[in-house]
Design a protein around this ligand. Sequence first.
Ligand code: NAP
Length: 247
Amino acid sequence: MQAVITGASSGIGRDMAKILSEKGYDLILVARRRERLEELKLPTKTKIFCYDLSVSEAVFEFYRQIENEPIDVFINNAGYGVFGSFFDNSLEDELGMLSTNVTAVHILTKLILEKFQQQNRGYLLNVASSAAFYPGPMLAAYYATKAYVYRLTLGIYEELRRKKSKVSVSVLCPGPVKTEFDRVANVNFSLKGLNSMDVAEYALKKMFRKKTVIIPGFTMKLGKFFSRFIPEKLLLFILYYVQKKKA
Ligand SMILES: NC(=O)c1ccc[n+]([C@@H]2O[C@H](COP(=O)([O-])OP(=O)(O)OC[C@H]3O[C@@H](n4cnc5c(N)ncnc54)[C@H](OP(=O)(O)O)[C@@H]3O)[C@@H](O)[C@H]2O)c1
């Protein structure tokens, strides 16, 4: 049994690596910080790759390195946020985020699903966010990247279901989680963050049960339910103040 995790050098990805290794999975891990991946010292066989997934050539090169490996689980987890007004944020920073959160996820989803369909099995977990459910003033581009991951995964789910495929696709949509995310995005969460290990455990448990949309925590489930009854303009008005407080 072997699992691939992108963005395994910290946070949710690192905790998923620990859990899967304890379950007996060999691992293929990728991130930019080699020393952080090496520190992990997991009980099963672990292959480490250092690539910047914001560069499409690096994404293809990473996949070329692993395409002949047996793979049972693939987790597109690497990602980050760029906080601030759309009019102040640098285009270069935003494009880097779009390449990591959207383009790399799209490429790897496409390539791994070709392999999974050939073997007619495999679990793909794409890490989106509860941000996927809402518009996000002050984090507008980040929210949009996560909406892409959410919608892409759901569309693929329906196509696979109609093919009666045994391949499973899931999308993880957490609210705030205590990781390095807030430091990287330069934000202070307005809600208390969930524990990253709890989120990783919950996500993997649901993924193995083939749950399509995985939302850890009662508050975010409730938020998603009630948001459908609130007019979008009102939601935007409220969310602007919620987001502004994160500065
Ligand atoms: N924490 C939250 O509140 C929260 C909520 C909802 C969704 N999420 C999503 O959860 C996922 C994991 O984030 P986290 O919270 O665990 O944050 P984190 O602790 O900052 O971890 C992010 C991981 O992504 C990797 N990464 C970032 N940019 C990369 C790049 N260009 N190339 C390769 N790897 C890259 C980082 O590794 P290197 O820096 O070593 O490259 C790191 O391992 C992200 O997709 C995030 O959007 C987080």
